[in-house]
Design a protein around this ligand. Structure first.
Ligand SMILES: Nc1nc2c(ncn2[C@@H]2O[C@H](COP(=O)(O)OP(=O)(O)O)[C@@H](O)[C@H]2O)c(=O)[nH]1
Ligand SMILES: [Mg+2]
Length: 182
């Protein structure tokens, strides 16, 4: 059974868990869609307004692990205060390092890693966190384009799964990757 545990804005609200798999990504990359597709239910809000979710959401996945949905990054924050609050929330969350088994970083297969994605990757490397790239929206590419983009954008990475949240493609590969890191 998959169950919503709670939402939190800071570490005072984080639940006690054992193993976490966290989903990160630029706003609009399809993070909510991917979470919903992977767990076959509407856990995350698929929205038209980028950056709407400002909470960290925790879900219990069959008692096996906790899936964590953190707010999207890389859109212009309304204010400095908002940006500072976001950074603090991320730092608070990622300080739970020993619980975090894998970070699923969702990127757009059509554009590869943007500078915001590279900042995120650097942050993960700095904190020594395991991550897998979920290169999403492959349904928007022809086979030939996909082959070219794999080569152009993802050549240096051995930890990539190419998926489509919308068409539910290769989600079993992502699931296997997650299971292997629990
Ligand atoms: N074609 C296509 N569209 C997608 C895919 N995943 C998400 N989208 C669309 O991209 C937009 C943003 O999706 P959402 O899940 O809200 O992204 P989030 O901001 O990262 O949570 C929505 O219009 C989705 O329908 C995908 O795999 N393929
Ligand atoms: Mg979302």
């Amino acid at each position: 059974m998959i169950r919503f545990i709670c939402s939190a804005v800071d570490k005072t609200g984080f639940p006690q868990t054992e193993k976490e798999i966290v989903f990160v990504g630029r706003s609009n990359v399809g993070k909510s869609s991917l979470i919903n597709a992977l767990y076959k239910q509407k856990l995350a809000y698929v929205g038209k307004t980028p950056g709407k979710t400002k909470l960290i959401n925790f879900f219990d996945i069959n008692g096996e692990y906790t899936a964590v949905d953190v707010p999207g990054y890389g859109y212009a924050r309304r204010s400095k205060a908002e940006a500072v609050q976001f950074a603090r929330m991320m730092d608070d969350y990622f300080s739970r390092k020993e619980l975090i088994k894998l970070v699923v970083m969702i990127v757009d297969t059509r554009i590869g890693l943007t500078s915001d994605d590279l900042d995120m990757k650097e942050y993960l490397d700095l904190h020594d966190l395991n991550y897998v790239l979920a290169a999403n929206k492959i349904d928007k590419l022809s086979n030939n384009e996909l082959m070219n983009n794999k080569h152009r954008f993802f050549n240096g990475y051995d930890n990539v799964v190419y998926v489509s949240a919308e068409k539910k493609k290769n989600l079993d590969q992502l699931e296997a990757y997650i299971k292997a890191h629990l």
